[in-house]
Ligand binder design. Structure first.
Ligand SMILES: *Cc1c(COP(=O)(O)O)cnc(C)c1O
Length: 359
């Protein structure tokens, strides 16, 4: 008997092959991987280990805690970068654990520079090239480059982040490239071995001028954003009950669906607490032999599908699985139906789903 709310099937071979595709496309030296937020909801351990075994050595997470978790999972050649950098007072823990902070404000850099010169350490400096989220301004970078403590800071990489790489024609792309190139040139004059990193997933699909040395793809590894990538994720929800619905009756909270004729419906396990976004109510469809419209509002733990199109012999039995994401339903399509992006869809997939890994 099933104990889970639903089954999230994660194809690790597809993640590996997406990483190889990105690596081959990327014109720089090293293709890394962004595995923040539990590898976009898919699970740190299996994803990090699959990528490591393909040859990935640069792993990016968001927080210190994520870095600690990933550090335990991977052999020491893996470099683990913490995108949020080090919060005040945590510098020594980064040094102790060999985690690499992405320093993204002048005070954060100052604190790092004031660590003991003989500590063995590595860091990244992030600069703002137009995203206006995190990162040093050009003048702030200049100040740091003149600091006499810089040679012992272990500066490995200069990083910036693209705002519109998924829109190849957006003029901000060229502007960010121009600003980053300028800052990169100044930095390389002072630290010749510094590696440069600009590319998220979408940037790997832009011309080579945007690539630099180290790529940081996330979402593309998980099968979203480009038709060349292999799908990774399937979501199956078990049927709890099949019932008849008479013409004129309604389904779910708010009675937002009313049956135009006699119908047959399947109630399935899995609701918004499991990441089936409520904005999919009355919009999306599942798949079981045929397209099954989702009726009414998504509840916390369940939702309802129209199975009227199925013959008596096709009707799902209790426990049988209806596909919500997978072969018939891509994460990009379903995210668009929900009025959001695949990133949000993936990172909301809940803890009650059983994650099954296949090769
Ligand atoms: C999340 C993130 C990425 C990965 O972006 P994708 O669009 O998923 O490839 C890269 N760099 C930084 C700084 C990020 O925060």
């Amino acid at each position: 008997m099933y104990q889970y709310a639903g089954v999230l099937q994660i194809n690790l071979s597809a993640i590996r092959s997406n990483w190889r595709l990105l690596r081959d496309r990327f014109q720089g030296q090293f293709c890394g991987a962004v595995i923040k937020a539990n590898a976009y909801g898919l699970g740190f351990a299996p994803v990090a280990q699959a990528l490591y075994s393909e040859g990935c050595r640069h792993f990016f997470v968001a927080t210190f805690d994520e870095g600690v978790q990933v550090k335990r999972l991977l052999p020491s050649p893996a470099r683990i970068y913490v995108l949020q950098g080090c919060k005040r007072g945590t510098e020594k823990y980064f040094v102790e654990r060999g985690l690499i902070p992405v320093l993204s404000s002048l005070p954060m850099v100052e604190r790092w520079l004031s660590l003991a010169a003989d500590d063995v350490k590595r860091c990244v400096i992030k600069v703002n090239s137009g995203m206006n989220r995190l990162g040093l301004a050009p003048a702030e970078l200049q100040r740091v480059l003149c600091d006499e403590r810089l040679p012992s800071a272990g500066l490995q990489m200069l990083m910036s982040h693209m705002a519109c790489a998924d829109e190849p024609q957006n003029p901000l792309n060229q502007e960010q490239l121009r600003r980053f190139t300028q800052m990169a040139d100044s930095c390389a004059q002072v630290v010749p071995a510094v590696q440069l990193s600009l590319a998220n997933s979408a940037t790997v699909f832009l011309p080579a001028a945007f690539h630099f040395d180290v790529a940081r793809p996330g979402i593309a590894l998980y099968g979203s954003g480009n038709g060349l990538l292999s799908p990774v994720v399937s979501l199956y929800l078990p049927v709890l009950q099949v019932r008849d619905l008479s013409a004129g009756e309604t389904v779910g909270y708010g009675a937002t669906f009313r049956a135009p004729q006699d119908m047959r419906i399947a109630i399935v396990s899995g609701g918004y607490a499991d990441g089936i976004l409520r904005s999919l109510s009355n919009i999306t469809h599942g798949w079981y032999h045929a397209k099954l419209p989702l009726l009414g509002r998504v509840s916390m733990d369940s939702c309802v599908f129209d199975v009227s199109a199925l013959s008596q012999s096709q009707l799902p039995q209790e426990g049988e699985l209806i596909e919500l994401l997978g072969e018939h339903r891509s994460i990009d399509e379903v995210a668009a139906e929900a009025g959001t992006v695949s990133y949000e869809l993936l990172t909301h997939l809940g803890h009650r789903l059983e994650r099954r890994y296949c090769e």
